[in-house]
Each structure stands twice: as C-alpha cells, then as structure tokens.
Design a protein around this ligand. Structure first.
Ligand SMILES: [Zn+2]
Length: 256
C-alpha cells in the first residue's frame, strides 16, 4: 500500500509548479501562490517555509536532485523513447525555459509502462551530479502515464561548440517571465536524446516547489554538449542559476 502511495504524484501538481508565473497573473498577488526562487529569502533552503503546500521541500526524505554515486547493478531493462517532430510552445515561466507538447505522440516506455512526454526544460548548472561532479547544464524531459505518475529523463551537458539541435529554441528565447510563443517549425525532441541510453534509476521528487515525491528519475549516463554562449544566454534570462542544491539520498538506492 505504501508503495502505491509513494508513486502518486499527479500531473496536476507538476502543472501547478510549471505554471506558477502564468497563473499568478490571473490571481491577486500573494493569495493563491507563493513566490519562490533561487536567491535571497525565496531560495531553495527556504522553500519548505514559504507555503504549507511546499512543506515537503523541507521535510521530504526522497527529494531531488541527488549526487549519483554508489549505484548498484540492477540489470535494468532498456528504456524506449519513441519521439517525433511535434508542434511545441516555448515558455519562459520565470523559473526556466520550458518546451510544452500539446500532442501525445512522444512516448517513453519503461518497466512495462508508457509515459507521454509533456514538456522539457533546462537548469544551469546541472541539478543532479554524477560521482560528485556538477555539469554546466541539464535538461529534464517530463513524462506522465495515464494515472499521472511521472517519469523524468535527465540529460547532462558538457561544454563544447554551440549545439545546433538546440538552436531552433535558442534562436528566439522568450525574454520575460510569462512570455511564450509557438515554434514555427515542428521540433523533434529525439534530437536531444543521446543515442546510447544506459541510465541511472532512482526515486525522487520535483526539483521545484511543491517538491512532490514519487517521481521516477532516469538520468542518462551519456552526455550531450552545449556552447558557452548558449549557457550564458539562458542564465541571462534566468538572472543567474536555476538549480536546486543536492538533496540527501537517505535510504534510497540508485540502480544502474
Ligand atoms: Zn527540472
């Protein structure tokens, strides 16, 4: 019973987290949503105190991100990612740049279940670490199954030349919080997933308030690359970093 409860993170809470900025514009300030951020009194170490809805950010024992270390060999079965060129909307939600999918054709298959790609977004620097190492950039591909259970695929980036596969998004990044636009040409999210898909698997949470737990995390072992100018353009829009610090692993096991 406990297991099934743990896995009950609804897409609703994710959408709430992702849409805070947009929703705020329709609500009276301070009434429906609490502000949160990455600096000052709204910084990650205070998230749990900013609202009763965010309490798990401070009290949860299965929080993300984590330092991926001491993984045990779990003979993991391969994941399948069946992604296609799609119509997408690029949103600046004040906390990240997020690419939203309206259709349901992009599917992740994992442990016998199908999860639909809802959105992907970025963090600078990386949120997850591997064996104590931070990376300059990380993308999170957020999927939900029919019951609303979440599976997030994390892709870490190393610095190299500009990444041309990100260029269609970077060409016209929405500069202000709340701004969004529809990409004119179809975008294929498959271009952003490394060909080799060996992964680390662990249970965690949303890395933004309300920090809901029960999220299936799959972090790919193979990296992608990004240019320094692309990282700089992103962090300029975010007015700095947008990474939550590493959270205690507690009794969780990381499998590879
Ligand atoms: Zn994220």
């Amino acid at each position: 019973m406990k297991i099934s409860r743990i896995f009950t993170v609804t897409l609703g809470s994710l959408v709430l987290a992702a849409c805070t900025q947009t929703t705020e514009q329709n609500a009276k300030p301070q009434e429906k949503h609490s502000h949160w951020g990455y600096t000052g009194h709204e910084s990650p170490e205070h998230w749990g105190e900013l609202s009763p809805k965010f309490r798990i950010c401070g009290e949860g024992k299965n929080q993300s991100p984590v330092n991926i270390t001491n993984a045990i060999d779990g003979k993991l079965s391969p994941i399948k990612m069946d992604y296609h060129p799609s119509n997408v909307e690029v949103v600046n939600n004040g906390h990240t740049i997020q690419v939203d999918f309206k259709d349901t054709t992009n599917v992740l298959q994992f442990e016998g279940k199908s999860y639909t790609l809802k959105q992907f977004h970025f963090h600078v620097p990386s949120e997850n670490h591997i064996k104590g190492k931070s990376f300059p950039f990380e993308a999170h591909f957020v999927h939900a199954d029919a019951q609303g259970n979440l599976a997030v695929v994390g892709v870490l980036y190393e610095l190299k030349g500009d990444n041309q596969r990100l260029a269609p998004i970077w060409k016209n990044l929405p500069s202000k919080a709340g701004e969004k636009y529809t990409l004119e040409t179809a975008f294929d999210p498959a271009t952003l997933i490394p060909k080799k898909r060996d992964y680390y698997r662990f249970n965690g949470s949303l890395t933004t308030p309300p920090c809901s737990e029960g999220v299936n995390w799959l972090v790919l072992k193979n990296y992608d690359t990004i240019g320094q100018a692309q990282v700089d353009a992103f962090s300029a829009l975010m007015h700095g970093n947008n990474n939550r610090p590493i959270q205690p692993i507690n009794s969780r096991v990381i499998v590879e």
